[in-house]
Write a protein that binds this ligand. Structure first.
Ligand code: ZN
Length: 605
C-alpha cells in the first residue's frame, strides 16, 4: 500500500480497533461443519447506488446438523489495520431449504448457524458502501467499489482452499471489472480458493476501461468517474505504464499474472493519493490534483511491483494470510520500502525520469527520514498496525527504500557488479514464493550474503535494520559514484506564523540575518529581496535568486510594524537546507559501472 508517499493523512472515520476475543469460545465451537458448492451473489442496481448499499447472498451445501460457523474478514491484506468490516453489515438472515434457520454469534464477526438437516443453506445481508478507502466498499449512484474482504464469509476452522463462484447482478448497461477469472455466464466469476477470491476488488457501474499489450500481457486501465481520465491525460498514464511495467518484469524475468488491471478512482472528497496492491490488480484513489502529477507514475510503479513483492514473495509472518487478526511482521521495510526503491528504479530504468530525477527521489527520502525521529526499520514495520502518532509509523517506506539502495550498492561492490539486489529479489521469489512459503530472516540475509560474494551482513542488520543508526552515506554512496551533501540555502533566521493579517514573526534567531536587520517578534514580513513571503514558491525563488550570492550581500526586507510599513537593510546569511544526491566527480571506474548498473538494471558478467 502507499498513501501519498508514506503518510496516511485520512482519518478512518468508522474504523474501530477492537482486540480479538480471546477465549470467548471453545475450540470445538469455532470449527465449522464442512461446506461445499459455495456461491456468492452481489447485487448493485440503481436503487442500491442511491441507498449506497450492497445486497449480498452466500449459498452453500452442507450435510447433517453440525453448526456451520461463518466469519467475515477484519482487514484487507496490504492495508495493515483492523477495520472489522462487520461494522457495515446489517439484516443478517439464514435459511435452509427455504426455511428460517436458528443462528447466534460467537464474536462480533462470526455467526453459528444450525442447518437442522437442510441441504442448501442461504445467508443474506446488506452492506453499507460508504467508505472511500481502497480497502473498503464505496458507492455512488452509478458506481461501486468493493473488496471481497468486505463481503465474503468463510467457514471458520476449515481450509481456505475452497472453490467458489460469484455472480454480480447489476444494470444491463453497467460494466463489471475484476481480476477474478470469468465464469460461463456474463458477470460471473470463479475462484479456486478464498485467498484469491478476496484479493480481486470489483468496479461495478459506469466507468471507463481500455486495455493494451505490455510485456506480452494484457493490461487494463479502469477509471471512475467516466470521462475523468481522457485524451492526453489518459495517453500519458498509458505511456507511464508502458515504461515502468517492462522494467519491473525484467527484475524477476517474468510477469506473474496473465493480465493486470489498474483500477483508479478520482474524487474531490479524497485528501491525498493512495494505492492498494493485489495479485493482479491495484486500486488507486486520488484527489483530482494528483492526476497527471509526478506522484502518479511512482504510485503505479509501486503498486505493480507489489504483485511480485508482498502479494507473492512475502514475509513468513503473513503466510498464509489470516483475516481475523493482525499479522505484524518486522519485514514491511522489504515489502513496502524495497518496493518503493524499485518504483524509483522502474521510473529511471523505464525512462519516466532521468538519472537526476532518480537522485532527487532518493534525496527526498533522505530528507523525510532525516526530519523524523530515529526508528529501526523492524520496529516501524511491526508498529504500523496501531498507527503510532510519534511520526515513525510509516518510516519503513522511505527508510526501507534507502535500505534497498544501500544493500544494492553493497552487493554490487562486493561482487564487482556481477550481482545486485535484483538477484536477491528474483532468487527469493523462486526459492520461497514458488515453493509455496514465506521468507524468513535467514532466507533474506542468506540471499543478500550469497549475492554479495559471501559477505556477512550480521553487523549491518544489527546497526541499520534492527538498530537506529543512520545509514553510512559517506562511505556507501561513493561506491556507486554518488555523494550526498546538505545544501546551504539563504536563511533569514525567523519562525513565522500565518494569521489573518499576514505572515507574522514569532521568534527571531540570535545572530540571524533577521536579528541583524532589526526584525522583531510581532513584525509582519511582506517581502524579502522583493519576493513576497506569501508566494507558494518563496523558498525556491529565494534559492534561485540568492543561492549563488556571497554571504553578506545586501538583502532588502519589507515589513509592517503596527501600522507602519518599513524597509530594513539586511545582509544575506546561509544555513543548512535539504540534502541533495549528486554524481561524485572523479568516481572510480568500478563505481561508475555500479552506478550505471543501478540506473539501467544491469550487472557485469
Ligand atoms: Zn505499498
Amino acid at each position: 500500500m502507499i498513501h501519498d508517499k508514506f503518510r496516511r493523512t485520512l482519518v478512518m472515520g468508522a474504523a474501530i480497533i477492537v482486540p480479538a476475543l480471546a477465549g470467548a469460545q471453545s475450540h470445538a465451537d469455532s470449527i465449522s461443519a464442512p461446506i461445499r458448492d459455495v456461491h456468492y451473489d452481489v447485487t448493485f442496481m440503481r436503487v442500491n447506488g442511491q441507498a449506497r448499499e450492497i445486497e449480498v447472498a452466500m449459498t452453500f451445501a452442507t450435510t447433517g446438523s453440525a453448526p456451520v460457523v461463518l466469519s467475515l474478514p477484519a482487514w484487507t491484506p496490504g492495508a495493515y489495520e483492523i477495520s472489522n468490516f462487520v461494522h457495515w453489515l446489517s439484516g443478517f438472515v439464514a435459511t435452509g431449504d427455504g426455511k428460517p434457520l436458528v443462528w447466534d454469534k460467537l464474536d462480533y464477526d462470526t455467526w453459528r448457524i444450525r442447518p437442522n438437516g437442510a441441504k442448501s443453506v442461504k445467508v443474506t445481508f446488506d452492506y453499507a458502501a460508504d467508505s472511500l478507502d481502497n480497502a473498503m466498499a464505496w458507492a455512488k449512484p452509478d458506481f461501486l467499489l468493493f473488496n471481497g474482504t468486505n463481503l465474503f464469509l468463510y467457514p471458520e476452522g476449515q481450509s481456505m482452499e475452497f472453490a467458489s463462484t460469484v455472480a454480480v447482478h447489476t444494470e444491463a448497461d453497467w460494466r463489471v471489472t475484476t481480476g477474478l477469472a470469468s465464469g460461463a455466464e456474463p458477470h460471473t466469476y470463479t475462484a479456486t480458493n478464498f485467498h484469491d477470491l478476496v484479493d480481486m476488488p470489483f468496479f461495478v457501474g459506469r466507468f471507463d476501461v481500455d486495455s493494451a499489450r505490455i510485456a506480452n500481457k494484457w493490461v487494463r486501465y479502469a477509471t471512475y468517474p467516466a470521462g475523468s481520465i481522457a485524451g492526453q491525460v489518459r495517453s500519458s498514464a498509458w505511456e507511464q505504464l508502458k515504461k515502468v511495467i517492462p522494467a519491473e518484469v525484467a527484475v524477476f524475468g517474468e510477469a506473474p499474472w496473465e493480465n493486470y488491471t489498474v483500477m483508479q478512482i478520482v474524487d474531490s472528497s479524497y485528501g491525498g493519493a493512495s494505492g492498494l496492491e493485489h495479485q493482479s490488480s491495484h486500486v488507486d484513489v486520488l484527489a483530482p490534483s494528483y492526476v497527471g502529477s509526478e506522484f502518479q507514475p511512482s504510485l503505479y510503479a509501486h503498486e505493480i511491483f507489489h504483485s511480485w513483492n508482498v502479494k507473492r514473495l512475502r514475509p513468513s509472518e503473513m503466510w498464509p494470510y489470516n483475516y481475523s487478526r493482525p499479522q505484524p511482521t518486522p519485514w514491511l521495510w522489504v515489502s513496502e520500502g524495497i518496493t518503493d526503491y524499485y518504483a524509483d528504479l522502474a521510473e529511471v530504468r523505464g525512462g519516466v525520469v532521468d538519472a537526476a530525477g532518480f537522485y532527487a527521489l532518493t534525496a527526498e527520502k533522505m530528507n523525510e527520514v532525516g526530519g523524523a525521529p530515529p526508528v529501526s526499520l523492524e520496529d516501524a514495520s511491526l508498529s504500523t498496525w496501531v498507527h503510532p502518532v510519534d511520526g515513525t509509523g510509516y518510516l519503513y517506506y522511505p527508510k526501507g527504500s534507502l535500505a534497498g539502495l544501500v544493500l544494492d550498492i553493497m552487493i554490487r561492490d562486493a561482487s564487482d557488479n556481477k550481482k545486485s539486489l535484483d538477484d536477491v529479489m528474483r532468487g527469493l521469489y523462486q526459492s520461497d514464493y514458488k515453493k509455496g512459503k514465506g521468507f524468513t530472516a535467514a532466507d533474506w540475509w542468506n540471499a543478500v550474503s550469497a549475492a554479495a560474494n559471501g559477505k556477512s551482513f550480521a553487523q549491518f542488520a544489527s546497526k541499520y535494520i534492527d538498530g537506529r543508526e543512520p545509514f553510512p552515506w559517506d562511505s556507501v554512496l561513493p561506491l556507486a559514484g554518488l555523494r550526498s551533501r546538505q545544501e546551504q540555502v539563504p536563511r533569514l533566521g525567523v519562525m513565522t506564523q500565518m494569521d489573518p493579517n499576514g505572515v507574522v514573526v514569532a521568534t527571531v534567531g540570535e545572530g540571524s540575518a533577521a536579528a541583524a536587520a532589526g526584525i522583531r517578534p510581532g513584525d509582519y514580513l511582506i517581502t524579502v529581496g522583493d519576493i513576497p513571503v506569501d508566494d507558494q514558491q518563496f523558498g525556491a525563488r529565494m534559492r534561485a535568486k540568492y543561492g549563488a550570492s556571497a554571504a553578506g550581500a545586501p538583502l532588502a526586507i519589507k515589513i509592517r510594524r503596527g501600522s507602519e510599513v518599513m524597509m530594513l537593510s539586511g545582509k544575506l546569511q546561509f544555513g543548512p537546507g535539504d540534502i541533495v544526491v549528486e554524481e561524485l566527480p572523479q568516481a572510480s571506474a568500478k563505481a561508475v559501472r555500479i552506478r550505471a548498473g543501478i540506473l539501467r538494471g544491469a550487472t557485469d558478467k
